[in-house]
Structures are given as C-alpha cells and as structure tokens.
Design a protein around this ligand. Structure first.
Ligand code: NAP
Length: 213
C-alpha cells in the first residue's frame, strides 16, 4: 500500500518504520522536508520524503500523526483528498494530559471527516506508546486495535495495516463511534501517565463466549 505519513514525530516515525519493514511504500511528509530527508537516511533510499501536501498526494492512505491543535490547518493544506483513506490516530488531549477537548456529541474523527471533504476517515485507537509499537507483535494475547469508520473498504485497509503491526483489529462500527473510542485513548493516557502504570500497557477485548456465526 502507498502510505503518506503526515508528521514525523514519534508516532509517525514508528508507524512508518514498521510498515516499511513489512513491505509498504512509505512517504514521510513534514513541515520541514529537510528534517524528513534526514529521517529517511536512517532507513534507506526507498523512503520518500517531502512536505505534508506531497505525502498526501502520494498516499492512497494518509496517516494523520500530528497534534490535534494542528489538525484543521494541516488538513486544509493537503490538497484534494477525494477518495483518500485517512487514518486518524489523534488523541485530542488538553494540555498537561488534562482530559479530552472534544466528545459526547461529536469526536475528533468526525471533525476531521468534516474538514477532509471526500475522504474516508477511519479512527484507529491502539492506545499505544510509539516506543512499544515494535513489540506489539510479540505480545500474547494480541492487544486490540479499535477502529471505526463509515467506509467498509477503508476499514479493511486499516485492518490490514493494524494486523501488520500485530494488533487484533476490532471493528467498532460507524465513524460516530469514535465518540466512544477516543475516551478509551484518554483512559490509556490516564492509566499510563497519571496513575503510574507506565506506557507498557495495552487493552484487549476478550470473548468469553463463542461469537455468533
Ligand atoms: N491512537 C493512539 O493509540 C495514539 C498513540 C500515541 C499517540 N497518538 C496521537 O498521535 C499524534 C502524534 O503523536 P506524536 O507523539 O508523534 O506527536 P508530536 O511529536 O507532538 O507531533 C507529531 C508531529 O506533528 C507535526 N506537527 C507538530 N506541530 C505541528 C503543527 N503546529 N502543524 C503541523 N504539524 C505539526 C510534527 O511533524 P513535522 O515537523 O514533521 O511536520 C511533529 O513531529 C498525536 O495526536 C497523539 O495524540 C495516538
């Protein structure tokens, strides 16, 4: 898959590295293309870099790995997003990890869908620390990656990408269910950082009865 990663912070870099190692085509987009080109040197010459807009043009899949505060402006800079699949991993967290900035009657993912006209947004809530992402594949049982979205084909691609990392992907229904997923991300942040459990934790959906056929 051709994946444009918007933002070269911890999350964007970790996701790009894992998917690159699994044979995906990665384009790192940065506000500072020079910074992205230096990042590419730590991979090999198959990694392409440029601006956020370049990465967006390249990707059939676009991963928004940026702060919530930058989301609206960044999306407006990405050009035509018609038909693109956008994977939204953003936690819309208040400063000092002080709770979610949006919720109940909408969600960050739904706002992103309203700004990204014509795109197919999938919320992906792995509740992960990017430092631990490369270890997900070694965990037993597999940690859950909760996704929601309105487009079946977009969710199918997001599922494939989640499984490449080693997650068990749980389809949580339509995009509006991001209103439920995003507080799960906040719970992970609260447990990891405010309640002292540390970032090596993950959530797992257990099935105590056989799923209906
Ligand atoms: N779903 C999950 O399980 C999960 C887990 C962890 C984190 N997250 C979320 O993933 C996102 C990225 O996390 P991170 O730790 O990588 O964040 P970060 O280091 O704060 O920022 C990521 C990148 O976004 C770009 N950026 C920063 N400020 C910007 C601005 N004002 N305008 C445009 N681009 C800007 C920068 O890349 P360039 O300079 O290269 O443009 C930066 O390196 C966050 O929203 C975080 O909440 C989700």
């Amino acid at each position: 898959m051709k994946i444009g990663i918007i933002g070269t912070g911890k999350v964007g870099t970790s996701l790009g590295k894992i998917w690159f190692e699994k044979g995906q085509e990665i384009f790192f987009g940065s506000r500072d293309p020079y910074k992205a080109s230096k990042l590419a040197e730590t991979f090999n010459d198959k990694i392409i870099t440029g601006t956020h807009a370049d990465a967006s043009k390249f990707g059939e899949i676009i991963v928004l790995a940026i702060p919530w505060s930058a989301a609206e402006e960044t999306i407006s800079s990405l050009g035509d997003l018609s038909g693109k699949i956008i994977i939204d991993v953003i936690n819309a967290v208040a400063p000092n990890l002080g709770g979610l900035l949006i919720g109940h009657t909408t969600s960050a993912a739904e706002k992103i869908q309203s700004w990204a006209k014509g795109a197919k947004v999938v919320k992906a809530l792995g509740a992960f620390d990017p430092e631990f992402l490369s270890e997900v594949k070694n965990r037993t049982p597999k940690p859950s990656l909760f996704i929601s979205g309105d487009d079946a084909q977009a969710k199918s691609k997001a599922k494939q990408l989640g499984e490449l990392i080693g997650f068990e992907v749980v389809d949580c229904g339509p995009l509006k269910n991001a209103r439920l997923l995003e507080p799960v991300g906040m719970l992970w942040i609260e447990l990891a950082y405010n309640q002292g459990m540390g970032p090596g934790i993950a959530f797992k959906l257990l099935h105590h009865r056989k799923l209906p056929e």
